[in-house]
Write a protein that binds this ligand. Sequence first.
Ligand SMILES: Cc1cc2nc3c(=O)[nH]c(=O)nc-3n(C[C@H](O)[C@H](O)[C@H](O)COP(=O)(O)O)c2cc1C
Length: 156
Amino acid sequence: MLEKAYQEKQLGGTSLKNVFIKTATFEGMYDNGIPNQKLIDHHTDMAKGGVALTTVSYGAVSNEGRTFKTQMYIHDESLKELKRLADSVHEAGGKVSIQLTHCGYFSKNTSIKKPLAPSRVFNEYGALVGLMFSKEMDRNDLDKCKNDFAEAALKL
Ligand SMILES: Cc1cc2nc3c(=O)[nH]c(=O)nc-3n(C[C@H](O)[C@H](O)[C@H](O)COP(=O)(O)O)c2cc1C
């Protein structure tokens, strides 16, 4: 029975050496929004331990998609470190995915004026740092958000 778990499996367009997939569990291992060596080591250790696919959590697709301002978002500087992370995981025999995200209204990212969300709602998370309410997204905001997801995916 357990042997089955160690058989190669197909997941979409990629093959996995077994069925063990590490889900996204927010690591918070960044230095000023850039993934750090701890994050690289953490995911490399997953691969060394036999996990077929490890998942880097919470890759915000833009600065305004961040829950707080030291969180990672997809841009050139973080991409360099994510590339190092992917190389290291591959070298250890694993594969790696990333969770692409946008925090919506739930933000205390003080580098933005207002969090963007489907509606104007009270932001209990950011209220104490002055981000009391979200802004209801208009057509341009929605298009930008959609493009940010597409661009982030293409850059990775
Ligand atoms: C400490 C911790 C952090 C988590 N962070 C994330 C996250 O960043 N993104 C996400 O989609 N899920 C996150 N999760 C949810 C897990 O990925 C997983 O779906 C959840 O723990 C259910 O799986 P389980 O029943 O095996 O625990 C987190 C869970 C824990 C315990």
